[in-house]
Design a binder for this molecule. Structure first.
Ligand SMILES: C[S@@+](CC[C@H](N)C(=O)[O-])C[C@H]1O[C@@H](n2cnc3c(N)ncnc32)[C@H](O)[C@@H]1O
Length: 200
């Protein structure tokens, strides 16, 4: 099986942030507020990636908030990051009732748009909430396993009123772990999308 050679998920994500945020002129402030939507236990890797990205730029520590519909989804991460990060179990369609923005970075890694018919509608509502709590200078970063999730995610992000800066193959994907129903390789962070609030 082919394995992408970009290291552990935290190293990959540190490279992803380093390359894509600077490519699109996103300025990350000191101790940025970071929201991770549908974080699961991957929150650990994302937190470590932020530590590495920020320390290389002398930007301090992230104010990290992970949200997921299910408490069990992030229980290990919460244990591992006790005292360092905040975790909230909630439906992200009601995000602005549970978190206070603005967030300088919002991560949404592998939202499952195709697992149900309602997926695109559900995630559009989530992205509308994300747009509400995103800082005017902040960046929304989404990744997908495969194109069948990525294209509807891109459409939902646009419908949610965010301006897409980039959408396409990620230069730093992770492992291929399965094949989709149409034979496409499923791969961690295979596609990436960056978006921001539209300039008025
Ligand atoms: C495919 S998993 C991805 C988990 C993690 N981001 C990763 O990349 O490993 C999708 C996650 O989204 C969460 N989720 C699904 N619907 C949600 C919603 N409406 N609000 C918040 N989280 C949700 C699930 O519980 C699950 O943990």
């Amino acid at each position: 099986m082919h394995t992408a050679n970009h290291g552990t998920p935290d190293r990959r994500w540190s490279k992803i942030l380093g390359e894509y945020l600077s490519r699109f002129g996103i300025v990350v402030p000191e101790s940025p507020a970071v929201l991770d939507i549908g974080c699961g236990n991957n929150a650990i890797w994302n937190y470590l990636a932020l530590i590495s990205y920020l320390s290389e730029r002398a930007l301090g520590f992230p104010q990290y908030v992970g949200v997921d519909m299910y408490e069990e989804a992030f229980s290990k991460a919460r244990e591992g990051l006790e005292g360092l990060a905040t975790f909230i179990a909630c439906d992200a369609r009601e995000l602005s009732r549970h978190v206070e923005g603005p967030f300088h970075l919002i991560l949404c890694q592998h939202p499952p748009l195709t697992t149900s018919k309602e997926g695109p509608r559900i995630w559009q509502a989530v992205f509308e909430e994300a747009a509400r709590v995103l800082d005017p200078e902040g960046c929304f970063v989404l990744t997908s396993f495969w194109v069948n999730d990525h294209i509807p995610a891109q459409v939902a992000v646009q419908k949610a009123g965010l301006e897409i800066l980039y959408s396409g193959k990620n230069a730093y994907p992770g492992k291929i772990f399965d094949k989709g129903s149409d034979g496409e390789d499923l791969q961690y962070d295979k596609y990436i999308l960056l978006a921001r609030k539209p300039r008025s």
